[in-house]
Design a protein around this ligand. Structure first.
Ligand code: CAA
Length: 389
């Protein structure tokens, strides 16, 4: 008998600051409804200089790890496209901060917003071969397009941490998936840039085209149809993007199922709408949002569409497990989002410019008010100084 493998626990971290999209629209001379309805975002995480992908990942992972589970982690796969070193993996810094055992593999994976999905699939195959092992999979990013750009309303940041195990509590992954790669210049970030370059409209078309391809191929591989799914979860660079993806396939569903899939989508976008784009983590924040706000029951099948510009798309699926709500801390996550505070557009613009300078100078960050368990205190001798409360 093949063992069920998948997502056992999910943690999510985003910093305590956000900018309201109505305020941003006013500052940019746009109709607020363009941002809130047209793009589909209400708030956007503002990332203070004391958080980077390593600290955000640590803050997410700490929520789901125990001394017992740490001892079983045999691999750390860190998906990010805003890494802090071109050589050393963020996963190695993370493993150290989390005090994971040294008999673990730790590597970083990059393919735009697809990195965490690559990690999840590699982790699942690893655990299928070694059912006693656990793998920590991370999707952590800071989405930066630049002040006063068209992409500005689709920024954000945060980290999702997933524990992949045999006999998972949350989602048992089906061992079939469909993926597609093509060399496409829709979004990229050369090593000399801190902000992404993007051909925005083109990127949305490539996203929809890739979704169509992999969904069609998945159905051919499995003989499943839309009727076999209780929900579709999308990579959400902004929530309207997933809404467009869902609209592409809804006509093939019955009216009743169209209503229930639409309700599931509303649940799946609720938390992303409050945070913005997490790049690699966005699909998994959307999954968490559906688990938290939807009406799922054990045994229901979900479809997941992962998209990383450049480009890679994958459609895969999994079955929700009975008692899935024990795999995350709902009350903590609600409090984390509700406990954030708004900054003005002026303050957001200032914080946006405050990341560590790109020239290797020593830097000491103001950390007196930091409440996050893991944080960055600055840089000395070209080494980031990580701290823990
Ligand atoms: N009330 C309601 N809706 C309004 C409105 C109003 N007053 N004014 C405009 N809108 C609607 C528009 O009709 C449009 O809706 P549709 O797309 O459904 O037609 C929507 O608001 C956006 O308007 P525009 O297309 O005019 O917006 P824009 O030109 O300023 O840019 C964008 C939008 C291209 C998405 C831009 O924000 C961008 O470049 N974002 C970054 C790229 C991105 O996220 N791409 C997604 C695919 S790539 C990916 O997924 C990987 C990744 O994470 C980056």
């Amino acid at each position: 008998m093949t063992v069920a493998v998948g997502i056992d626990k999910i943690g999510f971290y985003t910093p305590e600051l956000y900018v309201d999209m109505v305020d941003l629209a006013h500052a940019r001379g746009e109709d607020p409804n363009k941002y809130v309805i047209g793009i589909g975002q209400s708030k956007q995480a503002v990332i203070p200089p004391t958080q980077d992908v390593v600290t955000m990942a640590a803050n997410a992972a700490a929520q789901i790890l125990t001394p017992e589970s740490k001892a079983d982690i045999k691999m750390v796969l860190f998906g990010t496209e805003s890494g802090i070193d071109n050589s050393k993996a963020a996963a190695v810094y993370l493993a150290h901060l989390l005090e994971l055992p040294s008999d673990t593999r730790a590597v970083e994976l990059k393919q735009a917003c697809y990195g965490a999905t690559a990690g999840l699939q590699l982790a699942a195959d690893f655990v299928r071969a070694r059912p006693n092992a656990k793998v920590l999979v991370i999707g952590a990013d800071i989405a930066r397009y630049g002040l006063r750009t068209a992409g500005e309303v689709t920024q954000g940041g945060g980290a999702v941490a997933m524990l992949v195990t045999a006999d998972p509590q949350i989602l048992a992954l089906d061992d079939v998936s469909s993926y597609h790669t093509a060399d496409v210049m829709d979004f990229w970030r050369p090593t000399y840039r801190t902000e992404a370059l993007v051909d925005g409209k083109y990127s949305t078309n490539v996203y929809l085209d890739f979704f169509n391809r992999v969904w069609t191929d998945y159905q051919a591989q499995t003989n499943r149809t839309i009727a076999d799914f209780s929900g579709f979860v999308f990579h959400l660079p902004f929530t309207k993007m997933g809404r467009k993806g869902l609209r592409q396939i809804l006509p093939s569903a019955t009216p009743e199922q169209q209503a229930s899939l639409t309700a599931a989508f509303e649940a799946s976008q609720a938390d992303n709408r409050e945070v913005g784009n997490l790049y690699t983590g966005s699909l998994y924040l959307s999954l968490l949002s559906l688990l938290r706000h939807g009406n799922l029951r054990g045994g229901e099948r979900l479809g997941l569409f992962s998209y990383g510009s450049g480009a890679e798309g994958e459609f895969f699926s999994g079955v929700v497990q009975p008692g899935f709500d024990r795999g995350f801390d709902d009350a903590f996550l609600t409090q984390q989002l509700a406990g954030r505070h708004a900054v003005s557009v002026t303050d957001y613009e200032q914080i946006y410019q405050e990341q560590l300078p790109n020239d290797g100078r020593d830097a000491h960050l103001e950390t007196g008010n930091v409440t996050a368990p893991y944080y960055l205190a600055g840089r000395q001798h070209e080494q980031r100084q990580y701290r823990q409360h």
